[in-house]
Design a protein around this ligand. Structure first.
Ligand code: HAM
Length: 427
């Protein structure tokens, strides 16, 4: 019978790979906790309408990439392609946004039907942060500082670059959209079908076009920066001053518009040269209009999300995961002789009590001493604890064999073994 394989672009994370994920998860959650952010969890499935209304009907994500289907009740649902929409929906539904400030974070799988390649998958994971109820550039700076701290904690700061842009208020963008449509109409014959369709429904999305011909037309298009209001420029300048004063380097990227429609004012991306084409490891910005657009009250909002798989690739290439995350087994307790298994179980338990956080395995499955020792080696254990007896009525003795070093063996009183193993593991 033909074996069933995983869906293309959806990865299994095997035991060898999971330490990198655990390292990332623990560093990310520790950083956001230090900044006073609280975790929120919301469903992977939402009404399709939620994503259409937030990300925008005329975007690549909504037009081409969502996993949408009718459920048994005939409701049209979608697997979430990102976290911001669900986070705003959940926070508003539960009254977290009304006259309050919120600092929230989340993590989990997202789904986009993109063409899979290195760093781009159909099920991928994000760490996200969303801040509500703060309208000034101070919170934008805090968000950027959080992301910079995450890079620092992961040992990646020197491999990423911060790109910033000011895309203006919703009002500024409307005026720009009209000017862009007029320009595109004048060049209609040079555009492809996608650009022609989008130039009326969502002209700014034409800027994302992958067609070289369309991009060459766009070279002479009106610039968004000419439509950004003084007010928006002033707040962006404050953000720049804060970033400079806290020593965060950045470059201004005038063509950074982001692929989702909900943004306004400051947007940013962190990119790397380590990953080839999929260079964005984090993206975010302000989205002050979104809560209202979803039927809630006007709510100041800003956030970002990091792509976990891309960070995993970087950490693995650069070998940044500490050894302690890679070692699931520290000591392996085995027996040389009959009838010693219960004693081995008890001994292992005593070692665990003295060595919290360490992996202590008791050999199961029987076998001769040599085959048990082989298992201890292949489990990656640093020490083997061997219980042995010369015969049924003989006393039980114990020794500790160093599997990582030159293989030296020390004997000890059975009762002192747990403390001795603890001492060796700490050394
Ligand atoms: P985004 O730029 O679409 O923004 O995604 C954020 C990050 O997710 C990207 O920088 C990238 O690292 C990762 N990513 C996106 N698509 C894929 C994929 N197919 N495979 C692997 N990684 C991917 C958002 O999703 C916004 N919700 C971010 C945000 C939060 N803005 C405000 N708050």
């Amino acid at each position: 019978m033909k074996k069933i394989q995983a869906i293309r672009g959806m990865n299994d994370i095997l035991p060898e790979g999971s330490p990198t994920w655990q390292f990332l998860e623990s560093r990310f959650s520790a950083v956001v906790k230090r900044f006073g952010y609280r975790e929120i969890r919301f469903p992977i499935l939402e009404q399709t309408q939620l994503f259409k209304r937030s990300i925008g009907e005329v975007t690549d994500i909504v037009e081409k990439e969502m996993y949408s289907f009718d459920d048994r009740n005939g409701d049209n649902l979608s697997l979430r392609p990102e976290g911001t929409a669900g986070c705003v929906r959940a926070a508003d539904q539960h009254g977290l946004l009304y006259h309050q400030q919120q600092r929230l974070w989340y993590q989990g799988p997202m789904f986009r039907h993109e063409r899979p390649q290195r760093g781009r998958y159909r099920q991928f994971h994000q760490f996200g942060v969303e801040a509500f109820g703060m309208s000034g550039p101070d919170i934008d700076a805090e968000l950027i500082q959080i992301s910079a701290t995450v890079w620092q904690e992961l040992g990646l700061l020197e491999f990423v670059k911060l790109e910033l842009n000011n895309i203006g208020s919703a009002h500024d963008r409307c005026a720009y959209g009209r000017a862009l449509t007029a320009f595109l109409e004048a060049h209609e014959s040079e555009l492809d079908a996608d650009a022609r369709r989008r130039m009326h429904s969502n002209p700014m999305r034409v800027l994302d076009s992958k067609s070289a011909a369309v991009q060459s037309v766009l070279a002479d298009a009106p610039a968004l920066s000419d439509f950004v209001s003084q007010d928006s420029c002033d707040r962006f300048e404050v953000l720049e001053q804060i970033l400079q004063s806290v020593g965060i380097n950045y470059v201004i990227k005038p063509n950074l518009v982001r692929g989702l429609d909900y943004y306004n004012n400051c947007v940013f991306e962190w990119t790397t040269e380590q990953l080839g084409a999929q260079s964005a490891v984090c993206g975010g910005g302000r989205y002050d209009g979104l809560a209202e657009q979803l039927g809630g009250r006007p709510t100041a909002a800003a956030g970002f999300a990091m792509g976990v798989e891309r960070l995993v690739l970087m950490l693995e290439t650069l070998e940044r995961v500490p050894e302690s995350y890679r070692r699931p087994v520290d000591a392996y307790v085995l027996t040389n002789g009959e009838g010693l298994f219960s004693l081995a179980l008890r001994l292992a338990e005593e070692i665990r009590a003295l060595c919290p956080g360490r992996g202590i395995v008791t050999h199961c499955g029987g076998g001769k001493y040599n085959s048990q020792i082989k298992r201890a080696f292949s489990a990656g254990a640093r020490f083997a604890v061997v219980l042995e007896t010369a015969g049924e009525d003989s006393p039980v003795s114990a020794k500790i064999r160093n599997l990582a070093g030159a293989g030296e063996t020390s004997s000890a009183e059975l009762s002192t073994i747990p403390a001795e193993v603890a001492r060796l593991l700490e050394a």
